[in-house]
Design a protein around this ligand. Sequence first.
Ligand code: GLA
Length: 377
Amino acid sequence: MKGDSQSEGMPLQHVFFAPGRVNLIGDHTDYNGGLVFPAALAMGTYLTVTERLDRFSCGFSSYNEPQTFTFRGDELTERYHAWVDYPLGVLKEFSDRGWSVTGYDFHYRGDLPIGAALSSSASIEMVTAVALNALNGSPFTMLELVQMAQHAENDFVGMNCGIMDQFASGFGKKNCAIALDCNTLEYEHVPLEMRGLKFIIANTNKKRGLVDSAYNQRRNECQQALEIIRAHLPVSCICQLTMNQFDTVSLYLTGNVLKRARHAVCENENVREAVTALKVGDMARFGQLMNASHATLRDDYEVTCPELDFLAEQAQQFPGVLGSRMTGAGFGGCTVTLIAEEQVETFVETLGKAYEERFGLRADFYVAEIGDGAGER
Ligand code: GLA
């Protein structure tokens, strides 16, 4: 443990970090038992944990948020509809399993844009999970921490998310993307050999309203599709279907239920092919699959918005760009673009200007730096 200054009469202090993620391809496949291909960012959330003199309560503060909170151990069951719900949900996971969570002050500091689909919430959950794990002598594996963080978000926060974001934050590896099968939880780190290319993230800075309810609605539509499909084929999730199998059952599906399921199957095949393309260095193919992914997220899954479509479509036509798509849940947030390194500067300038003219909003751009997963720093 670092920062041991108890000998000077100061309380013990530990610093942890958990990254956000950018999903390169494979959105809205995780909760359909499919493949995803995210990478952990070098940006994320730092957590400094300081021992309190009293062992019965805990305090929460954040450099990024004005509200601070102090709770006694028996007050940790209630949701506050504030940022503190993310750490509280994780504390509850630990205390429900009989581990100690009080006696600490938790101070968070994040450098991710908040609510921009780069998993700022998962990084808060994961940094809390790795911290509590370390402070309790590491009773849990990283996979268990990931599952506890996802459960906290599903049950405590009320967002019925899949496992991708917490997994990417926990299992990230510098300069690698993670090919994860969300059905089996088998995964592989795939080195990002960029061959003179960069992934650049463009943040629409569009305020996202009601994302949780629109997201949960998509999940329900997929559940309905699965129930209908299962009357005809013995599958446990939508992404187990090949496109050919889907074609045979699609006549039983209609409307939104048909469209949502079609995206999931198609996107899953896109991810499988994209991972292979990256492994053999076929970056042009990778880019085409990114474009195809954006198209079904827009037309079938209907989770894009004019701002995301504008940024992705302008990028797709830009010299030196191999592919561009929205990333994450959608409804706002960010795009990710695969682009020749020497074009990055012109791209940022040109797209930034065009976007501001069109929407009166400034976009932010980040060259994606891919870092390691959650742990003590
Ligand atoms: C959010 C969720 C993830 C995943 C993506 C869409 O980020 O937290 O589980 O479903 O949306 O791919």
